[in-house]
Each structure stands twice: as structure tokens, then as C-alpha cells.
Design a protein around this ligand. Structure first.
Ligand SMILES: *Cc1c(COP(=O)(O)O)cnc(C)c1O
Length: 471
């Protein structure tokens, strides 16, 4: 028996299951078929005293979990903002598990550290961020916000002579976070985690295009002129993909001495597309940028990126030295920049995805998904009983379904919209999720998967047509 024998059989089973799944999900269901109860029945085995054969563990796992998987690895999953995974990225992610490298420090895994160094530099080039910015490969945009807002907290308080890492926040000058009502909830969560709390948030209503208005921002900055201020801007709102106007807002915030973190979970990737890059014009002037790999870059989950224009603020907020660790002199120790200590070497998947796509492939992925989103929204808009609430500017659009009865009101339309969505979900033909936008219940059309093609577009519209006929 060869030395790899304990791994070969379960990995070969996993390979077979995975490749079969990835082939079939393209034409198969976009949503899970099983109910909670049947999943519990299949998965809740009594905890056993005895172990099990690894092959049997994998086969049983696949048999029990399969019906509970959503088809986000296929091309008709349009819920939230969820990408699929590129082939090289999935394979590299498997290797990250097989190699089992700890990406805490250079000394824990030289290859993982250098790959992250390279991936970080590539990402800055791709997204056209300042080459001197520091970065961290984190679990997602939520963790990127925690990272970037920790740097922001450090910087604005340091400017007031307050060492927040040492003294904490009690008794500190009151930090104000000025942002839009349309901000993502992950910003709010980051502020809670960082001890800034939600009372520090000064919320401004956006204009008709979903952008922060310069006059309102200016007034809010003046209204809190004595406080340390952070202005959180957004590239790509989850409902409409709206972008703040960075050319105006960033210099304005800067004139008031505010620090400007940017939430660009998916929208920042518009930067890669000649057709859409004007939307993120001026974004390079921000102080930090949070984005995702697992959305538009199509890297497996557990992949986000934080970039900070002033590395010293980033490092001061996170660095922690311990006597039992070895630090690298001329290499990057990731835990100086990451909120995790031990962690997965997630840089392999990002590195592989960027190599697989190249700049052209990435621009094509972004433009293609935008075109598909537009085609789906327009196709649905032509159906009897459907209405376009927001035509996509990038890869996010909104539709809703109207109750045709005379005198039907907003609540009736909301009910019909929910009923149509539920019918589509049950059919498994496509998966869409809902939102309330400007008081109206809508169905979101969000396309981020490299696998979505023309056939998926046609099938998704047909699924909506069928649901409209049946509800
Ligand atoms: C998805 C999203 C987030 C949160 O990102 P995660 O990767 O889920 O942590 C933050 N902001 C926006 C605009 C998003 O779309």
C-alpha cells in the first residue's frame, strides 16, 4: 500500500461526488428540494462511540446532504449576491485543505504567506487601488469591514491624541460614523463589534439614485465638526447596485478631516470592466476598501479582502506580538493584518481564480453577468402582471408582481410578489430572493455566477412566466 492510502479512497470518492454534482447542478434544481425535517432525519445520527470508515463517512454525507443543497454552484441561482466558484479556485481550495497550512505567520507556511503577498498585489492592480495600501485576506466583506473600521477607529482617535488600542473607548472623544440609510447591515454589525455602537451612526437618506447627497454629507460633517468622523461610502448597494459619487464625496469628507472606508463587496469589481468602470471613478481616494472574493470573483466561500491606504493604522489596530512566535524580517506575517490568528490558507483559491481568468476573463465575467441581469429583468418585465422596479445598472435589478384585481393595493402586490417567488422556489427552476425597496416588496435579480449563460436566462424567465400563470 502506498503512503497516501488513508487519503486516496475518501478523496477519490469526494472527487467523483463533486464532479458529478457540478455537472448536474448546471441543468438541475437551483434550490434545495428537502425540508428541514427530512434533512434532520437524514443527518441527525446518534453520536457514535465507534468511528467510521472515511469512505462511508463521505458517501453518507453526500447521500444525506444533497437534497438540502441550493444550486449556487450552477447558473440559475440569483438570490442575495452569491457567486459560483471557478474550477481552478475550487481545486486550489481543496489543496488548501490537503496541505493544511496555517496562514497565521510566514513561519507557519512560507508558501501561503508569499501567495497572499502576490494575491494582495494582484488584487490592488486589478482594482486599481494604491500600490502602497496594506491588505488582508479575510473570511468575507463582513470581516473586511471589522478590519477596515478598526483601522479607521485607530486613525481618527489617534489624530485626537487618544490611543484606542491601549485605552479602549470609554472616555474617548465620541466617534461619529456618517453613512447612508442604504448601508449594508454588515457595517452596523462591525460597529457593534468594535464597541462604537449604533448610537454613533449619523444616518443620511440617499437621493433618488440611491447616492449620498453632497449637501447632506457636508451638513452632517459640519454638524459634528468637533468629533472624530468616519464617512462610510458604498460601491454597489444590494438592492440596486447604486454607487456613491466618489469624485465629489471623498474630497468633501477629506476636507473635513474625516476618514473614508468604502463598502465595495461586489460593486468594486465594476472597476475591472471598461463598460462600467466610470461608476467607481475616484474610489482610489478612499482610506480603505472592503470587498469580497466569493461574490463576483467566483472564489469559494470564506473569501473577502480588506485594503487600507495607511498601513500603519491597519497594523496598529491588529498587531499583537507573543514570545512563542517567530516573526519574519522581510516577509509578511499575515496576523499583523488579519483579525484571525490561526486560519485557512485562503490565498491559494484567490491566486488560482485570478490566474484562471486573467484581466480579460475577469472583465468578461463582470460584463457578461451584468448583461444577463439586464436580460432577465427585461424578460420578466415583458410578462403580463410583472413590473420592473429597477433596471440593472450593473448586475442587480428589481422586479415585482402585481395583483390584477381592481382596487388592489400595495399589500396585495406584495402578497402576489411573495406568492410568485414561492412558486419559483418550489419549482427549483431558479432561485430569487426578496427585498423591500422604497416601501415596495420586490424580487431581486442578482447575477454573479460565471456559469450563468443564455440558456439559464431563458429558463429563469420561463420559470417566472410559469409562476405567474399559476398564482
Ligand atoms: C454581501 C455584502 C456584504 C457582506 O459580505 P459577506 O461576504 O457576506 O461578509 C457587505 N456589503 C455588501 C454591499 C454586500 O453585498
Amino acid at each position: 500500500m502506498s503512503a497516501d492510502s488513508p487519503y486516496r479512497a475518501p478523496l477519490e470518492r469526494a472527487l467523483l461526488h463533486a464532479t458529478t454534482y457540478l455537472r448536474d447542478v448546471k441543468s438541475g434544481r437551483a434550490s434545495a428540494a428537502l425540508t428541514k425535517d427530512s434533512l434532520r432525519e437524514r443527518l441527525r445520527l446518534p453520536l457514535s462511540d465507534e468511528g467510521a470508515d472515511p469512505v462511508a463517512v463521505i458517501d453518507d454525507l453526500v447521500a444525506a446532504a444533497s437534497g438540502g443543497l441550493n444550486g449556487s454552484a450552477g447558473g440559475r441561482f440569483f438570490g442575495w449576491v452569491v457567486g459560483s466558484s471557478l474550477p481552478a479556485a475550487v481545486a486550489a481550495d481543496w489543496l488548501a485543505s490537503a496541505w493544511d497550512q496555517n496562514a497565521a505567520l510566514y513561519a507557519c507556511s512560507p508558501a501561503a504567506a508569499i501567495i497572499e503577498e502576490v494575491a494582495g498585489a494582484w488584487l490592488k492592480e486589478i482594482l486599481e487601488l494604491p500600490s502602497g495600501a496594506s491588505f488582508a485576506l479575510v473570511t468575507g466583506c463582513q470581516a473586511a469591514h471589522v478590519t477596515c473600521l478598526a483601522a479607521a477607529r485607530h486613525a481618527v482617535l489617534e489624530a485626537r491624541g487618544w490611543d484606542v488600542e491601549k485605552r479602549g473607548l470609554s472616555g474617548s472623544p465620541p466617534v461619529r460614523v456618517i453613512t447612508s440609510t442604504e448601508r449594508h447591515g454588515s457595517i452596523t454589525r462591525a460597529l457593534k463589534l468594535l464597541g462604537l455602537g449604533t448610537d454613533c451612526v449619523v444616518t443620511l437618506p440617499p437621493d433618488d439614485e440611491g447616492r449620498l447627497a453632497p449637501e447632506r454629507l457636508d451638513a452632517a460633517l459640519r454638524g459634528h465638526a468637533d468629533d472624530p468622523r468616519i464617512v462610510v461610502l458604498q460601491a454597489g448597494d444590494v438592492n440596486t447596485g447604486a454607487f456613491d459619487s466618489f469624485r465629489e464625496l471623498i474630497p468633501l469628507a477629506r476636507r473635513h478631516g474625516a476618514w473614508v472606508p468604502l463598502d465595495g463587496a461586489f460593486g468594486l469589481w465594476a472597476r475591472t470592466s471598461p463598460e462600467h468602470r466610470r461608476l467607481v471613478d475616484g474610489v482610489e481616494e478612499a482610506d480603505s476598501w472592503s470587498t469580497d472574493g466569493h461574490k463576483w470573483l467566483n472564489v469559494p466561500f470564506d473569501s473577502g479582502y480588506a485594503f487600507v491606504a495607511r498601513p500603519e493604522a491597519h497594523r496598529a489596530s491588529l498587531s499583537q506580538r507573543a514570545s512563542y512566535l517567530e516573526y519574519a524580517e522581510d516577509a509578511r506575517d499575515q496576523m499583523d493584518w488579519n483579525i484571525e490568528w490561526s486560519r485557512r490558507a485562503r490565498g491559494f483559491a484567490t491566486y488560482a481564480a485570478i490566474r484562471e481568468l486573467g484581466r480579460k476573463g475577469l472583465a468578461d465575467l463582470v460584463e457578461r453577468t451584468c448583461r444577463h441581469a439586464k436580460a432577465i429583468v427585461e424578460g420578466i418585465g415583458r410578462l403580463e402582471g410583472a413590473e420592473v422596479a429597477y433596471a440593472p445598472v450593473i448586475n442587480q435589478g428589481l422586479v415585482r408582481f402585481l395583483d390584477a384585481r381592481p382596487g388592489a393595493g400595495e399589500e396585495d402586490h406584495a402578497r402576489r410578489t411573495e406568492a410568485v417567488m414561492e412558486h419559483i422556489l418550489q419549482s427549483g427552476e431558479a432561485l430569487f430572493t426578496g427585498t423591500t425597496w422604497r416601501g415596495n416588496r420586490c424580487m431581486r435579480v442578482s447575477v454573479s455566477s460565471w456559469r450563468t449563460d443564455q440558456e439559464d436566462v431563458v429558463r429563469a424567465i420561463a420559470a417566472v412566466a410559469q409562476a405567474l400563470r399559476s398564482t
